[in-house]
Design a protein around this ligand. Sequence first.
Ligand SMILES: *[C@@H]1O[C@H](CO)[C@@H](O)[C@H](O)[C@H]1NC(C)=O
Ligand SMILES: *[C@@H]1O[C@H](CO)[C@@H](O)[C@H](O)[C@H]1NC(C)=O
Ligand SMILES: *[C@@H]1O[C@H](CO)[C@@H](O)[C@H](O)[C@H]1NC(C)=O
Ligand SMILES: *[C@@H]1O[C@H](CO)[C@@H](O)[C@H](O)[C@H]1NC(C)=O
Length: 228
Amino acid sequence: MQDEDGYMTLNFKTRKPGLPTVEPASSSLWRVMALVLLFLCIALVVGLVALGVMFATQQNCIQIVNKSLPGTPQQLTKLSSQDLRKQSKEKDDFRHKNITCAPNWRLYGDRCYGFFRQNLTWEESKQYCINRSATLLKIDSQSILGYIKSRTSLIRWVGLSRQNSNKVWKWEDGSVVSKNMFELSENARENMNCAYFHNGKIHPTFCQNKHYLMCERKAAMAKAGKQL
Ligand SMILES: *[C@@H]1O[C@H](CO)[C@@H](O)[C@H](O)[C@H]1NC(C)=O
Ligand SMILES: *[C@@H]1O[C@H](CO)[C@@H](O)[C@H](O)[C@H]1NC(C)=O
Ligand SMILES: *[C@@H]1O[C@H](CO)[C@@H](O)[C@H](O)[C@H]1NC(C)=O
Ligand SMILES: *[C@@H]1O[C@H](CO)[C@@H](O)[C@H](O)[C@H]1NC(C)=O
């Protein structure tokens, strides 16, 4: 039908010049039109195939980005590296929150507590903690006091000492013991310059005595998270 119409139109147009001997001219024109149509069809098919390929490629790219595979196509390298950077940042943030302690150390707050059954003098205990990148315990809040009390019922050295009977009690970090938490001096006799913890109380005693001990150190990940 279309062919017929096309033919008629062409025939009509070609008649304009005037002569009845239009047959060769119109057939050559038809051939040209057919070729043009053919080219249009081929172009259309090629275009469709190209579109299909592009679509398929994009699908693959999306999948690759989703899976964050290392081998990404060039046009998506930027996006994918941003993606990976974002992911690793999220991982870091997550890790900062996820604080853990080494085996045998207990996590409480942002700190790790180690309870050791080593019978040592106060100085040896101090060194024992230092050898483990830790310090003797500082009990400076009711919550830590409660925690330690619940964890151990044994006598254990803490990081509290004084230079002599005339000096104030100080924690290992140099801070003075708060008066309302413990009453030390009234029990402390001459030359009792080191303190141990027992059943929720701090007791002064001779530094050369041997007791078990406990150490504390910052939970590794909490440290990084706090400093950032
Ligand atoms: C990519 O992941 C998102 C969410 O994780 C999902 O909705 C989408 O369908 C995924 N796309 C492909 C192509 O897998
Ligand atoms: C912390 O990380 C460990 C493994 O790295 C995991 O088993 C644990 O569930 C994580 N805890 C939290 C609270 O995310
Ligand atoms: C610690 O050692 C001292 C002296 O060697 C000893 O008298 C004491 O019973 C020991 N304590 C413990 C808990 O083993
Ligand atoms: C601490 O480490 C030093 C050196 O490794 C060692 O000589 C010492 O005995 C250790 N002290 C304690 C109490 O573990």
